[in-house]
Design a protein around this ligand. Structure first.
Ligand code: ADP
Ligand code: MG
Length: 237
């Protein structure tokens, strides 16, 4: 499912958060929105999700204009930095949540949950509660929960931002492997250039609500298109 963002602008009062964004996210790719704090990354992600309505422009997903489509009719998985799992539900019940409310058959739900537990490599922990998991394990459960309903598109907003450096590194390579298995068109937001370099097929560098450059990690690193990209990508955190 490719995503086509066409001439999208978004203002908050007189402040321009997104200025005429044009971007195509190819089917099955893992794309990073990279930029400093306040550059409009989350606003763009939320616009793709339908959580924000653009003032101008269109969002086309898989050929369908979704700009005015009700959020509940969009088939999108979302993982936030602090994606609170339901505390009173076990890992299995958390993963099953979206399937339960869609009233899928019990047998089908059970199979799907086991498959996802395998995918996130938490087979033995299905009956635990979120409080009995580490931060990294919780984010893996949040990912499984987002994937359970088989969304067309997976959106991640700084999914590892709240975790410590070591766990973040582990989850990076883990996300990369997961994506290589499921090949779902995915967009993830990060302000960490190293993270974008390591995980993404393609990087979209943003600054002040505009796109500075789109390219593979190699292209962006070797041939920065602007002085901003050169400075930002060259920075070592
Ligand atoms: P990023 O995710 O890159 O840090 P955001 O997309 O969250 O940036 O925000 C871009 C700019 O838009 C920021 O200056 C932020 O303060 C502003 N902004 C975002 N959401 C709102 C809102 N709901 N109301 C007013 N300003 C907002
Ligand atoms: Mg943000």
């Amino acid at each position: 499912m490719s995503i086509s963002i066409q001439q999208v602008s978004k203002n908050f009062g007189s402040f321009q958060a997104l200025g005429n964004i044009n971007l195509t996210i190819p089917d099955g790719k893992l794309v990073a929105l990279l930029g400093p704090s306040g550059s409009g990354k989350s606003t763009l992600l939320r616009t793709i999700a339908g959580l924000e309505k653009p003032d101008m422009g269109r969002i086309i997903i898989n050929g369908q204009d979704t700009t005015n489509l009700d959020i509940r009719r969009r088939n999108i998985g979302f993982v936030f930095q602090h994606y609170a799992l339901f505390k009173h539900l076990t890992v299995r019940q958390n993963i099953a949540f979206g399937l339960d409310i869609r009233k899928h058959p019990a047998k089908q739900i059970k199979n799907k949950v086991e498959e996802l537990l395998g995918l996130i490599q938490l087979q033995g922990l299905g009956d635990r509660y979120p409080s009995q998991l580490s931060g990294g394990q919780r984010q893996r459960v949040a990912l499984a929960r987002a994937l359970a309903v088989e969304p067309q598109v997976l959106l991640l907003d700084e999914p590892f931002g709240a975790l410590d450096a070591k766990v973040r590194k582990e989850l990076r390579s883990w996300l990369r492997r997961l994506h290589d298995e499921v090949h779902i068109t995915s967009v993830f937001v990060t302000h960490d250039q190293e993270e974008a370099m390591e995980v993404a097929d393609e990087i979209v560098v943003m600054n002040h609500g505009k796109i500075e450059q789109v390219g593979s990690p190699q292209e962006v690193y070797d041939h920065p298109a602007t002085s901003f990209v050169m400075e930002f990508v060259g920075e070592v955190n």
